[in-house]
Design a protein around this ligand. Sequence first.
Ligand code: FES
Ligand SMILES: [Fe+2]
Length: 383
Amino acid sequence: MDKRQFKKRGVDYPIIDGVRTLPGKYYHDQDIYQEEVDKIFYKFWIYACRAEELAAVGDYKLIQVADESLILVRDKSNDIRALFNVCSHRGTQLCAEPAGNFKSKSIQCPYHAWTYGLDGKLIAAPQMQEGNGFLKSECGLPQASVQIWEGFVFINLDKNPVAFSVQMEALMGKFKDWKMDELRIAHHIRYELNCNWKLILQNYQECYHCPGVHPLLTELTPVQSAQHDASSGAVIGGYMDLTKERGSMTMDGSAAAPPVCNVSGADLQRIYYYSVFPSMLLTPHPDFVLFHHIIPMGPGKIINDCYWLFRPEVISDPKGQAGIKSAVDFWDLTNKQDWMVCEQMQIGTMSRRFTRGYYSGREDILHRLDVEVLKALGHDQPG
Ligand code: FES
Ligand SMILES: [Fe+2]
């Protein structure tokens, strides 16, 4: 890292009195992780997939939420369902293939052939007569709630979920000009990382690290341009300004494609960074949308699926490929720079000598993320 990148640039931000980082155990402790699974990942609306991944009736994708597996499937009414992947007979996992199409328009258990409709209703239980407490109508598959916003499918595993519009208040009406439901996945990269899920959200929401970690990104969007424009409960966001007229986040800083749909005015020069707590990072650019899907696999492990969304006509045009590649290369490079410091922080915060650090004035928003976690866990103070 080039230490000269951190030369004083004219502004120092006051640190906020009394604001300290979380203790290291919040990134390592198995009990705290289990509490987060129960009180955050099983309670909040979380990102599951894009509606386009379930285009036809019978299309499905398995989604792992900590130790629960769900089948996201498009049913005969064209609705998307989130069915728990567990047979009501004796609890066998119904489906093991990660994605595909239920050609029979039903889901059959591999054990004793109980068969369910795509809507989760039990339609056949071979050689079992109703009676003595057994009623087919009461043995359908349990389901999580589903809500679609701009082509993004969210699910909630709680039996009495909070209203989607309440949790996502800061997103409602935001980014309409991008018409994200019309965008399509142009590229996807899966990263498997050795760090806690919260470190990725923290890293995403501050650019204090940018000059040293991301020299190219800092050229394209100066650190001083970073602003926060949303901090409402579970959604925290802001933007940075592009230096280059009609630029974007690509290897040479040029736009990867024409502006998306109705994006205009100041938005043509901005990159937005929105953490959709706890499972998605949403980054609308003037010409495409990048997003990350964060899947915790334990206190120190995550899967991070990164997607690039473009207009369908850009994806299908051979001339559009160079722009897409430049956007993918830029963010793959930047992602790997971030993953390296996040994984090093995961290791360092295990030290007995790490207690609680001081956030800089540029990291005030991270404290709000910490408060959101502590509030969800019901911890008044970090223990
Ligand atoms: S466990 Fe599924 S049919 Fe028996
Ligand atoms: Fe970064």
